[in-house]
Design a protein around this ligand. Structure first.
Ligand SMILES: C[S@@+](CC[C@H](N)C(=O)[O-])C[C@H]1O[C@@H](n2cnc3c(N)ncnc32)[C@H](O)[C@@H]1O
Length: 227
């Protein structure tokens, strides 16, 4: 029988739609604001090694490389081969294939002493146990390391809440086939809960937390220094 686990469905979905996803991830409305907000809040120091879990086509790479500079390193980790292929092609075309690794964000394939900053963008909602993943990422960077999250969730801001039903449709359309059935609940509700859990866990683990909302409260950014 075919393996229809959520992880397998996600890998198939993101590999098949990698080029379409890449176009949205780099040129979609509001994405520049969202990605700048993550890089600003994470603020990895020059020379740092920064790891992005669930990197997709590495649309955050230029924003984070601008922060860490030529002495620093961006490492992207994703479990979907199709998005990594697109990310590697772009890197190679720009003269630097970069460090793009196939791996599971919930089992970081990296040495703990090698990472200064970790982040995830639009991935918390895909993790069945986001609290454990965020704790693992915090352990990876260790005390003094930087940790950041960027996610989308339904807004609580009056005036913008009218757009929540449309956002719910966007989440459903952007979920691998069978997600709603596998969850037994609305994907947007599950995404809201997972995003809230991930960001709360980061706040519990970090000091000097910078927590922002952008784009009418749909974009959630949190970052801090691991205690
Ligand atoms: C919505 S995309 C976000 C991609 C990228 N971070 C961005 O900002 O455009 C989610 C990505 O997370 C990856 N992903 C989801 N769960 C993962 C896991 N457990 N391990 C590694 N990658 C994962 C998917 O393959 C997909 O590429």
């Amino acid at each position: 029988m075919a393996d229809r686990s959520p992880a397998t469905s996600a890998q198939t979905f993101y590999s098949r739609l990698a080029r379409l996803y890449d176009a949205l991830a780099r040129r979609g409305p509001g994405v520049d604001t969202l990605r700048r907000s993550l890089a600003d809040a994470l603020d990895p120091p020059p020379g740092a090694t920064v790891v992005e879990f669930g990197c997709g086509t590495a649309a955050n790479r230029p924003y984070l490389e601008a922060r860490v500079g030529p002495e620093g390193t961006y490492v992207g980790v994703d479990f979907s081969p199709g998005v990594l292929r697109v990310a590697r092609e772009r890197g190679a075309a720009g003269g630097d294939p970069g460090h793009l690794v196939r791996g599971d964000a919930t089992r970081p394939p990296l040495r703990a002493d090698a990472v200064d900053a970790c982040c995830g963008a639009f991935v918390s909602g895909m993790l069945a146990d986001p609290a454990t993943a965020v704790r693992d990422w915090a352990s990876l960077v260790g005390p003094g390391g930087r940790l950041g999250l960027l996610d989308l969730a339904r807004t609580t801001r009056p005036g913008w809440r009218v757009l929540n039903p449309a956002f719910g449709l966007f989440v459903r359309a952007g979920s691998p086939p069978g997600t709603a059935e596998a969850l037994g609940r609305s994907p947007a509700t599950v995404q809201d809960e997972r995003v809230a859990t991930a960001h709360r866990t980061l706040r519990e683990l970090c000091t000097d937390v910078d927590a922002r909302t952008v784009l009418g409260g749909f974009g959630r950014v949190s970052a801090g220094t691991v205690e």
